[in-house]
Design a protein around this ligand. Structure first.
Ligand code: NAD
Ligand code: GLY
Length: 372
């Protein structure tokens, strides 16, 4: 696998918080991958019960030449464990091992491990360095880049957290070979989103290579991860703390977060909720006169072709649209109780704006299982 895939590096330009994203095959087993990180005597690898038996030993071995001690903490696996209680297991490990404020944390896993490890790094002794080693497609194309870290609250997704940039991101494409097909589809949702918000040429490419991506063809994955990271890095470099522009990266997420919180975390995968959310947001864009029906059909076909749901779940048998609206009012983009949606206002261009409740209700009715 490694022979045919050269290593790529994408840079994210954030002044003194700049870093590089290494993309290649078989990276995590090589000590050189982790050279020139901040000096420390100890490292802590944070992972979960699924990823630990697959990749923890080779990462620990690659880190061994760089640190006197390489510790390991293994968290329970699942979105439902993205909580204060699980976060505390990382602090427990750091304190039990007498880790000092130079200790480097390594997040080995998907977005759940990455978001929690980043938040632990942001707050342990008021901040220690960390490195993202994402092992899901979703984490390689999105969550490991840009410094959003945090945990869920029962009332809202990712409601507690911090902006805190990693020192480096290492996307080892070889780790994706063990990823279940459903997780590959979930990752495709975050890849697809970059097309309508920023790059229609990339959208054409995704459509043409959807089969190869679903089959985890490594050259196709390499291009998708690289282009996704380039787009995300470009947006984050302009608006690191989401004062405005960065919100476009949340296309599909307002409806999607409502689905995740409304069903209970872990029922639908994050990427599945985002995929369906993009279809709903495309419909809302059409009802506001921003795009035509052909564009909505194109997004719907692509989401479906990626193996993702396009029909929303019923969250409340009595007042489904009302339940979605209540959940979406907890969204971080909401301002003064007004829900703000990421909408497409022309192919390859996104905007963030409110919409009348009646219109949103009509979209939910049309897009959910009970709808027309
Ligand atoms: P995840 O972390 O739950 O991983 C999905 C599943 O795949 C888990 O069971 C995991 O153990 C398993 N897994 C991971 N790597 C594997 C491998 N190589 N082989 C086999 N199994 C493997 O989910 P995810 O989709 O990676 O991430 C979703 C999370 O990311 C959500 O909590 C979401 O809110 C967050 N997110 C954050 C950002 C951000 O900017 N910080 C962006 C998007 C999503
Ligand atoms: N996933 C959205 C962001 O990083 O801003």
């Amino acid at each position: 696998m490694s022979a045919s895939i050269p290593m790529h590096a994408v840079s994210i330009d954030l002044q003194d918080r700049s870093y590089s994203i290494a993309i290649g095959a078989d990276l995590i087993a090589h000590p050189d991958t982790f050279a020139a990180l901040p000096k420390a005597s100890a490292a802590l690898v944070v992972t979960n019960t699924t990823v630990a038996p697959l990749y923890a030993a080779s990462l620990q071995a690659a880190l061994a030449p760089h640190y006197k001690a390489v510790h390991l903490v293994v968290l329970p696996d699942g979105e439902e464990f993205k909580t204060w209680q699980t976060l505390n297991l990382i602090f427990d490990a750091l304190l039990h091992k007498s880790c000092d404020r130079k200790t480097v944390l390594f997040a080995l896993g998907g977005g759940v491990v990455g978001d929690m490890t980043g938040f632990a790094a942001a707050s342990y002794m008021r901040g220690v360095p960390f490195v993202q080693v994402p092992t899901t497609l979703l984490a390689q194309v999105d969550s490991s880049v840009g410094g959003k870290t945090g945990i869920n609250h029962p009332l809202g997704k990712n409601m507690v957290g911090a902006f805190y940039q990693p020192q480096r991101v290492v996307c080892d494409l070889a780790t994706l070979k063990t990823l279940p097909a459903r997780e590959v589809s979930a990752g495709l949702a975050e890849i697809i989103k970059y097309g309508p918000i920023a790059d229609m040429v990339f959208l054409d490419w995704i459509e043409a290579h959807l089969g190869a991506l679903r089959a985890c063809d490594v050259p196709a994955l390499a291009h998708a991860v690289r282009r996704s990271c380039e787009i995300k890095a470009h947006v984050v470099a302009q608006d690191e703390r989401e004062g405005g522009l960065r919100a476009i990266l949340n296309f599909g997420h307002t409806f999607g977060h409502a689905i995740e919180a409304g069903l209970g975390y872990g029922q639908w995968l994050h990427g599945e909720a985002v995929g369906c959310g993009m279809v709903m947001a495309a419909h809302l864009s059409q009802r506001l006169g921003l795009v035509d029906a052909a564009f909505v059909q194109r997004i719907t076909r692509l989401v479906q072709g990626a193996g993702l749901p396009t029909v929303g779940p019923v969250l409340d048998a009595q007042d489904n649209a009302g339940r979605y609206l209540d959940l979406m009012r907890v969204d971080k983009k909401a301002e003064g109780g007004e829900i703000r949606f990421v909408l497409i206002d022309g192919p390859g261009r996104a905007c963030v704006r409110g919409a009348p409740d009646a219109l949103v209700r009509a979209v939910i009715d049309a897009c959910c299982a009970t709808g027309a």
